[in-house]
Ligand binder design. Structure first.
Ligand SMILES: [Zn+2]
Length: 478
């Protein structure tokens, strides 16, 4: 197929950048600008921050994590090598763009606002590359994105996108907060989702107790925390789990709605954060042999906390898979793994802690004696890659990098792979018949086919009508 990508609309998009004056939108055809093959594959991509095989494998051996076990049993697995420095916004954006941080522009958790104000959390205006879902949309594929790093403010997609700034998360609290505008695409979706948001100051204790066996002191500490304190277990657990439950509920809601409206999107991506926060702060109970002087009573009680997050994620994955059809490829990945730091959390600076707590807790000095702060778990470069369903070859193994996700997903969904992406299609995990039927095609780049500026203009109600018309014809806006 030589005419891999061509259309008059692509020319219109290019013309827009070239001279600033939009050409007539009458030339815009209603068909997608990217020519793709109909592989019939839908993809469910589940990102679990910090998931690691050193936790998963012993649980699988014990007959736990039935959903992940089932996926691996019928599918493929391998280590997903991370990219240093291992900062989640940079890594998850590498997954979704196929590019390194120098190219895509999201390098840090926060950046200065340049005016001496609060640090600004990594956001979509800092991104310089197209996301995978921009490419899929241009090929006529529908997408649904939930909670992915640095997706606020929400940009137009062919489908829906719920940004990462819906709720009070660990990171929004440490930077520029929850947002009121730009939460979702389409914008009016936000109102429908607001009732699903979990307030960390009114935390879902039943669900928290399924993860952690709180004694009276732990519970008081967890409830009194008004803000997440860096490297402080109960407060980051509360905020991170509230964030994750919010996005789980939103995903459930959006997928249930999609199923009544003709089916799930061609591509669904969901991001789960709680594992990272809990692995940082509770790892000493998970891997006590790497630490000295652990309290035996606390170890007995808190030993299962990290594994419990994996159990919870596995159960949630089962829920996600319930409504998926046979053509769905499910891919579960992490941005990095975890390992022991060897350093136990220690009593934290009382003043810093006191500022974050409310009520009696903040006023009684001796209550702080048991409050510890520190990262017993730290990032490790070996993340996870697990895939199953559709044309994924059972029993396949792979050695992948974060850069390989975008090329592999493009190939699975029948889109040409861009030659300017450093990663590769993980052909070893695909059935040979699939590759014969849908040979991998390439294009030099997507960055010249899809005009991101024009795409962004669609988020602004006041933009030029011909731009709006063009985006409408593309299917990016309604
Ligand atoms: Zn982390």
């Amino acid at each position: 197929m030589t005419r891999s990508v061509a259309s008059a609309l692509a020319l219109v998009l290019l013309t827009l950048t070239a001279c600033g004056e939009p050409e007539t939108s009458a030339r815009a055809p209603a068909e997608p600008v990217v020519d793709s093959q109909a592989t019939g594959v839908k993809v469910l991509l589940v990102g679990i921050d910090g998931a690691t095989f050193s936790v998963i494998d012993p649980l699988l051996e014990a007959g736990e994590l039935p959903t992940l076990g089932g996926l691996i049993g019928d599918g493929a697995r391998g280590v997903l090598r991370s990219d240093r420095p291992m900062r989640s916004p940079a890594l998850w954006t590498t997954v979704s763009t196929g590019r390194d941080r120098e190219q895509h522009g999201i390098a840090h958790f926060t950046e200065d606002d340049g005016e001496g104000g609060e640090p600004v959390l990594a956001n979509s205006t800092m991104r310089r590359s197209l996301n995978l879902w921009d490419m899929l949309g241009a090929a006529g594929r529908t997408v649904g994105i939930v909670g992915w790093w640095a997706t606020w403010p929400a940009e137009p997609v062919r489908g829906w996108l719920v940004s990462d700034r819906m709720t009070r998360s660990r990171w929004s609290e440490w930077a520029d907060g929850v947002k009121q505008e730009g939460l979702t695409y389409p914008a009016e979706l936000a109102d429908e989702l607001l009732p699903l948001i979990v307030d960390p100051l009114d935390p879902p204790l039943d669900e928290i107790r399924e993860i952690i066996d709180l004694d009276e002191g732990d519970e008081a500490e967890l409830l009194a925390a008004q803000r997440p304190v860096r490297a402080h277990g109960p407060s980051v657990l509360k905020f991170a789990l509230s964030t994750q439950i919010t996005y789980e509920r939103i995903t459930d809601h959006m997928l249930a709605r999609a199923e009544t409206e003709g089916g799930r999107p061609d591509f669904t991506a969901v991001f789960l954060i709680a594992n990272d926060a809990i692995s940082h702060t509770y790892w000493h109970y998970h891997e006590p042999e790497s630490f000295e002087r652990l309290d035996p009573d606390r170890l007995a009680r808190l030993g299962p906390v990290v594994a419990n997050v994996y159990r919870r994620n596995d159960a949630y994955l089962a829920r996600l898979l319930e409504g998926a059809d046979d053509s769905t490829v499910t891919i579960v990945i992490s941005d990095h793994g975890f390992k022991a730091s060897g350093k136990l959390p220690t009593p934290g600076a009382k003043r810093r802690l006191r500022e974050a707590f409310s009520g009696d807790f903040a006023h009684a000095d001796d209550t702080f004696d048991n409050v510890t702060v520190g990262q017993s778990g730290v990032h490790h470069p070996a993340g996870i890659f697990i895939a199953g369903g559709g044309p994924i070859r059972p029993g396949a193994t792979t050695e992948a990098t974060l850069f390989d996700l975008t090329p592999t997903l493009l190939a699975l969904m029948g889109l040409p792979v861009a030659e300017d992406l450093p990663g590769r299609v993980l052909t070893e995990i695909l059935e040979p018949e699939f590759l014969e039927r849908f040979p991998i095609r390439t294009v030099p780049t997507y960055e010249r086919i899809i005009n991101r500026k024009a795409l962004l203009a669609g988020a602004d109600a006041e933009n030029d009508e011909s731009t709006m018309e063009m985006l409408r014809s593309l299917g990016y806006i309604q």
